[in-house]
Design a protein around this ligand. Structure first.
Ligand SMILES: [Zn+2]
Length: 340
């Protein structure tokens, strides 16, 4: 008989017992009484370093064996040793492998399947839906962050005309509507809403040295529209927050937070490069080529670096073009490569 501690699974009380194998059954005896169970009805785990070997009964009771070596000898003596124990360990290894597999699958869904699905779905979403999302977001922004533009209507029209001229019969621009607003706390920026509303801030006009600079930034935003980046990002985030919400049991706050989510999330590096490439194709044939876009990327980067230093973060601290900050150099060299 081997010394062990028995826990009945209901209280934390430790019962000193002796245990052994008799006729293919585990027998446990002590002051608490006596119980036995067929070997295939218990879970046997041999202890690793410092952890005791255990026998788990179907009702949750556990025996902790202090002398693992004696127990291994007892199992071996009964002719069940290695195999049965190894299978218990194998079970544990399989559980770990299954868990690792599940984590990898979820990561792959998040990194590949979800973006792929969003890419397929976004263009198919009826424009009435994307427009109503845009309207709601714009309404919220106008109420909280944006003020009417002070740019005179004639300059607004000139810029709109130069943007429209970027399109050609062979390459039409995505449906869009230029809107001018002012937002000193956001700083120089422009952003496109999924429905096609493309907001240009007075602060961006102030940073620009000529209309072509503004047109270049708008061309980049048109790239986001052409590739449905806003909607794709919204779909991906919506699925993630929905799943998280269901998991945490709180869907309503998640749904209410979608607007904020759309605004706060930055475009990925891939989206920025895609928008740059689209803008590059539009701007290459123009007299100034890609220089205004390159110039504006660098100036925006510098301007936002300054405002970051002054700690003006907040809702739109990231903004659109700024989101590229760590990668401005990479984007600029990609555009220069396009010029050649
Ligand atoms: Zn962008």
């Amino acid at each position: 008989m081997i010394a062990a501690d028995y826990f009945d699974g209901r209280s934390s009380r430790r019962h000193p017992v002796h245990l052994g194998l008799r006729d293919g059954a585990v027998v446990v005896e002590g002051e608490f009484g006596r119980r036995s169970a067929a070997l295939d009805a218990v879970e046997i785990c041999t202890g690793a370093e410092r952890t005791p070997s255990t026998i788990r009964f179907a009702d949750g009771a556990i025996c902790e064996i202090r002398d693992s070596a004696a127990w291994a000898a007892e199992l071996a003596g009964a002719g069940i040793g290695a195999g049965a124990v190894a299978s218990a360990e194998r079970r544990w290894h399989w559980a770990l492998a299954a868990l690792t597999g599940a984590v990898l699958i979820i990561a792959a869904i998040y990194a590949y399947a979800l973006p792929w699905l969003a890419r397929q779905l976004a263009p198919a979403i009826p424009s009435a839906v994307t427009q109503s999302i845009s309207d709601a977001v714009l309404k919220g922004l106008d109420a909280r962050l944006l003020a009417p533009s002070k740019t005179n209507p004639q300059r607004q029209q000139e810029i709109a005309a130069k943007v429209a001229a970027l399109g050609s019969p062979g390459a039409s621009l995505p449906p869009h509507r230029l809107l001018f607003r002012s937002a000193p706390q956001i700083g120089p920026n422009a952003f496109a809403l999924p429905g096609g509303d493309l907001v240009v801030l007075d602060e961006l006009l102030a940073l620009a040295r000529r209309d072509e600079d503004v047109v270049a930034v708008v061309a980049h935003e048109l790239g986001h529209l052409r590739h449905h980046h806003g909607m794709r990002q919204l779909l991906q985030s919506a699925v993630v927050s929905f799943v998280v919400g269901v998991y945490l049991g709180d869907v309503s706050t998640v749904v209410a937070g979608l607007t904020t989510l759309l605004l706060e999330s930055r475009y990925s590096r891939e989206f920025e490069l895609e928008a740059d490439a689209y803008a590059g194709r539009l701007l290459l044939p123009t007299p100034a080529s890609l220089d205004p876009l390159i110039d504006m990327l660098l100036r925006l980067d510098a301007a936002h670096a300054k405002s970051r230093a002054a700690d003006q973060g907040g809702l739109f601290g990231a903004g659109d073009l700024l989101s590229s900050h760590p990668d401005t150099a990479g984007r600029v060299s990609a555009l220069r490569a396009m010029k050649r």
